[in-house]
Design a protein around this ligand. Structure first.
Ligand code: CP
Ligand code: NVA
Length: 307
């Protein structure tokens, strides 16, 4: 049966580990795997803007012997003119996989239900699972392992990044703490799913409105924009609400002294993160950004050949 990657918990803890191991070995030998030799094409569709996701998938698909077809929804029939299911049935006749950055998770689910090729979520309003593979790879590189580490996410708890940290972090056996204003909390269903996963992996989940509670003893500190794509109309309210969740030097001092800082980028310096943190010695954002390439290549190899 075709496997898809729409949410971080679409893969088991063992599968997540396998993909990260593959990413590590492929990073050391960049052109080793050629599952798209032919070249076969992968459709990479964008309903929202992107720099990293667009470039890392385009380069990664080429590294794997294939060719990327970057599609902007504005110039396609998707986006109100044609259903995801009809699009999926057309694309499967021609491409090896479909990668899609969109708004609602429901569109991705409809696409996946109606195609025989793997569908990958390249960011939705709810999750950013490809980013989490890259983040976990980066944390592993800097900390040596994942299980048992404590990660503190400060900011928009209902964002795709916070919700993906809950699921992917729990899958990795991490202690995931999200500090956010109560009105910007993660969905209850996501917290419940993360808790259930954590029970089996030895991890844990905490959602709090107190940044200090999340930061104390954290090995990894993460934040993301307060104004995700699609939320621009709420910018003033969000900036007014999120102030105390900024990751600044004082916040980093409350974490472990060897804590690392991650941000998926793009960043708003002076808002969710202070320049001295994101551009400081604890920041690993450029490794994190590069690891999009290696993690996604491993994911594609796994989906196409090993799932
Ligand atoms: N982190 C990330 O997904 O960046 P882009 O929006 O540039 O793709
Ligand atoms: N949470 C951000 C991530 C951008 C990569 C957004 O959705 O805009």
């Amino acid at each position: 049966m075709t496997r898809h990657f729409l949410r971080d918990d679409d893969i088991t803890p063992a599968e997540q580990h396998e993909i990260l191991e593959l990413a590590t070995s492929m990073k050391a030998d960049r052109w080793r795997e050629r599952p798209l030799e032919g070249p076969q094409t992968v459709a990479v569709i964008f309903d929202k803007s992107s720099t990293r996701t667009r470039v890392s998938f385009a380069v990664g698909i080429a590294d794997l012997g294939g060719q990327p077809l970057i599609i902007s929804t504005a110039n396609s029939q998707l986006g109100g003119k044609e259903t995801p299911s009809d699009t999926a049935r057309v694309l499967e006749r021609m491409v090896a996989a479909i990668v899609w950055r969109t708004y609602g998770q429901d569109g991705l689910e409809e696409m996946a239900k109606n195609t025989t090729v793997p569908v990958v979520n390249a960011l939705s309003d709810d999750f950013h699972p490809c980013q989490l593979l890259a983040d976990l790879l980066t944390i592993r590189e800097h900390k040596g392992s994942l299980a048992g580490l404590t990660v503190a996410f400060l900011g928009d708890g209902g964002s795709n990044m916070a919700q993906s940290y809950l699921l992917a972090g729990a899958t990795a056996g991490m202690h995931v703490r999200v500090a956010c204003p109560p009105e910007f909390a993660p969905a209850q269903s996501v917290v419940g799913d993360a808790r259930a996963i954590a029970e089996s992996t030895g991890g844990s989940v905490l959602v709090t409105s107190e940044p200090d509670e999340a930061l104390q003893g954290a090995d990894v500190v993460v934040t993301d924009t307060w104004v995700s794509m699609g939320k621009e109309a709420e910018k003033a309210e969000r900036v007014a609400t999120f102030g105390r969740y900024q990751v600044d030097a004082l916040a980093m001092k409350k974490a472990e002294s060897d804590a690392i800082f991650l941000h998926c980028l793009p960043a708003d310096r002076g808002f969710e993160v202070a320049p001295e943190v994101i551009d400081g010695p604890q920041s690993v954002i450029w490794d994190e950004s590069e690891n999009r390439l290696h993690a996604q290549k491993a994911l594609l190899v796994w989906l196409l050949q090993r799932a």
